[in-house]
Design a protein around this ligand. Structure first.
Ligand code: FES
Length: 243
């Protein structure tokens, strides 16, 4: 994905906030913390309220609606807040800010790469980045299959079956690999395998129904994603029996 201009640095007042919409339709909140710039999702993860209407003291961002707060350097929740903010790395060049950083797991993954930028941005807007310690069981057979995951870093193991009859079903190793894809399929409301982090793992968690809504609005992208998903499922069925 091409590097995208966010805004001019001078457009964001010192210790102030600004909401911007960048090429592709992604909306960001830009915070200027004493001359350092940080980018976040534009709306509150609680109830979709614009965060640019919140209060920012130069280090803590507060949503004015129910007073959830975040550390503006990390997006980590503080106080009452129950969810972190999605953070976007910004680079300053000359007098302008750009969306920076390495390609995201969505950009590089085999399912979503190459689809329209606006659609990818919408999917990225649905993603919650979560980090889990080694040993975390992400789901078990029978759990509701509401979300799917994209591996950003780490290693995840799949186990097929229950109890002592459990057998290894494979591993997710590469950034961008998608698992928990029952959430993207009609008629598969429950997990049929378990997934466990073998090491500290960073994942993007995306609600399946919401992602399907995005793909329905862009049928060309939807067709590509479903075709790749079908190939992925066929590959796993051939190699491991199930996911
Ligand atoms: S809407 Fe932001 S804290 Fe409730």
């Amino acid at each position: 994905m091409a590097r995208r201009v966010v805004c001019r640095a001078a457009d964001v007042p010192e210790n102030g906030l600004k909401e911007v919409e960048i090429e592709g339709g992604l909306k960001l909140l830009v915070a200027n913390a004493g001359g350092e710039f940080f980018g976040f999702q534009a709306t509150c993860p609680h109830q979709d309220v614009p965060l640019c209407e919140g209060v920012f003291d130069g280090s803590t961002l507060t949503c004015h609606m129910h007073l959830w707060q975040w550390d503006v350097r990390t997006g980590a929740p503080l106080g009452l807040a129950e969810a972190p903010l999605q953070k976007y790395s910004l680079a300053v060049e000359g007098d302008s800010l750009y969306l920076a950083g390495a390609a995201t797991a969505l950009d590089v993954g085999e399912i979503f790469n190459g689809i329209a930028s606006a659609t990818l941005d919408e999917l990225a807007g649905l993603a919650r980045s979560e980090t889990f310690p080694p040993g975390t069981v992400l789901y078990r057979p029978g759990d509701a299959a509401e979300d799917f995951f994209v591996l950003d870093a780490g290693r995840v193991e799949f186990l097929v079956g229950r109890g002592e009859r459990t057998t290894p079903g494979g591993f997710m190793l590469k950034k961008g690999e998608v698992f928990g894809w029952a959430a993207l399929l009609d008629g598969y409301p429950a997990r049929i395998a378990s997934a466990r982090c073998l090491e500290e793992s960073r994942l993007l968690r995306i609600n399946g129904k919401a992602a399907l809504g995005v793909l329905e609005r862009d049928p060309a992208a939807g067709f590509i994603v479903m075709r790749r998903l079908a190939a992925l499922i066929a590959r796993y069925l051939a190699s491991s029996g199930a996911q």
